[in-house]
Write a protein that binds this ligand. Structure first.
Ligand SMILES: Nc1ncnc2c1ncn2[C@@H]1O[C@H](COP(=O)(O)OP(=O)(O)OP(=O)(O)O)[C@@H](O)[C@H]1O
Ligand SMILES: [Mg+2]
Length: 221
């Protein structure tokens, strides 16, 4: 199968980068696709979760590899990206918030896709806008950069939505659509708070299916 390097990124903290990275890996593994995760976040959220899971699910085989990686200089990151390019299937990267760090540049310039979760909330939209500017600046400096952007509206509270809010949501999506693809929304729900790196429940699959099927379809094109 073709290789795809996919970075979960947004300089805004807590928007669901690690959560969606784990869920996407679980979803792909459930669909019997080749997938592995590289955890470049300093907090090592995913690697630590996997460790916990392996104690809990003692004896069970890991459905996919989770590899942690300490971001240092651009040369080492380039080597990581080169070896990721030689890996079959989907290679997912969870990234730290600070996108402007030098060592991270090769991760973005070598990516096939950048998945950017966001919420409809003023501060988040500001940081997401800044994040997009950083990505665009990288594109200008790096003609060989081809990464396509997916914007994933996450943690949507379906109960709220005054006319003003709905208008803001619409305007935001219209802006992001000019820069990449906006996926179907992922709602806020308790089932998505209780995740592990071993299996995906039916309720979780149902919550992420529209967004993830949309991404998978586009990633095959
Ligand atoms: N759709 C959702 N529904 C409910 N809770 C969610 C959803 N998405 C994320 N969360 C919760 O939001 C919190 C932040 O998510 P997560 O840690 O994935 O964000 P992050 O972008 O990786 O943060 P950081 O920048 O710190 O790495 C977590 O507690 C997670 O469980
Ligand atoms: Mg995280």
């Amino acid at each position: 199968m073709k290789n795809r390097k996919i970075i979960f990124a947004n300089q805004k903290g807590g928007v669901g980068k690690s959560t969606l990275c784990i869920l996407f890996a679980n979803y792909l593994a459930w669909k019997k696709q080749d997938v592995c995760v590289i955890d470049t976040d300093l907090q090592k959220t995913i690697k630590m979760q996997r460790r916990k899971d392996m104690e809990l699910y003692e004896g069970q085989e890991e459905p996919y590899v989770v590899q942690d990686f300490d971001v240092q200089d651009p040369e080492t990151m380039q080597q990581l990206m080169d070896s990721a390019s030689n890996t079959e299937g989907y290679v997912l990267f969870d990234s730290p918030g600070n996108v402007s760090e030098d060592g991270l540049v090769p991760m973005f310039t070598n990516a096939d896709f950048i998945v950017c979760p966001y919420e409809y909330e003023e501060k988040t939209l500001d940081s997401t806008g800044t994040f997009v500017q950083v990505i665009n600046a990288l594109r200008q400096h790096t003609p060989e950069m081809t990464a396509k952007l997916f914007f994933v509206p996450n943690r949507i509270d379906v109960r709220i939505g005054t006319k003003n809010e709905l208008d803001m949501w619409k305007q935001t999506d219209a802006i992001f659509k000019q820069l990449g693809a906006v996926t179907p929304r992922i709602t806020a729900r308790a089932a998505l708070k209780r995740i592990n790196t071993v299996e995906i429940t039916a309720a979780q699959r149902e919550a992420v299916k529209p967004a993830f099927d949309f991404m998978i379809r586009r990633m095959k094109e």
